[in-house]
Design a protein around this ligand. Sequence first.
Ligand code: SF4
Length: 257
Amino acid sequence: MVAKKHVVMFSGGIGSWATGKRVAEAHGTENLVLLFADTLIEDEDLYRFLEEAASNIGGELVKVAEGRDPWQVFKDERFIGNSRADPCSKILKRRFLRRWLEENCDPSNTVVYLGIDWSEIHRFENAHAHWTPWVCEAPLCEKPYRMKQEMLADLEAEGIKQPRLYDMGFPHNNCGGFCIKAGQAHFKLLLEVMPERFAYHERKERELAAYLGKDVSILKDRRGGTTRPLTLMALRERVECGDAVDEHDWGGCGCVA
Ligand code: SF4
């Protein structure tokens, strides 16, 4: 009988570490793959975390990259991503990881694991459609339920320092603190803690708008009951002038579902 293969979608966040631990405990590490897709704009500390987390879990860490970053995808697709449409994660993660599965795994004896937890179970319900015919599971949606802070404490207890983006206050460790699904509060944080990185994305957004010849932006301004584009430059100027930004608008990041 062919041994079952276990493939964990390993993004570099706490959820992927905790998922990998549960899969290793349940099935061992002999046929375990921790699969990471690099968007090429990751935070430098993500690579330290990936290596330490993978050696703590066991199994084989496989790193792949489609070859473009999200801004190159937006240009090629002639569309800037936003909270409702995410060509970057579709092309650089879901589609590319799926191709890796097709080339390396047999759906009849492979289980794919997602780092989605019980608090976002709706995402797991949507995820099946993306991954079929692969059987997909989300061990963190099952008992014992763990809060993010508890998982981070578990990580520390294993002697691994959490990704530095969490120290800075970011809710995720993807794309170096950038995300087209992020909201105003998230980008304000990026401006405050990594102004050079914010400036890079502000410039890329401006370049893309000029290339497309359209008034496009990641963020939206919903003040006054109407929705208008809110560029990163306009957000920065608001912050610099002390104007209000939506401090509750963090947005959400989920690449694999
Ligand atoms: S983290 Fe955000 S910007 Fe990066 S690939 Fe995922 S959806 Fe796109």
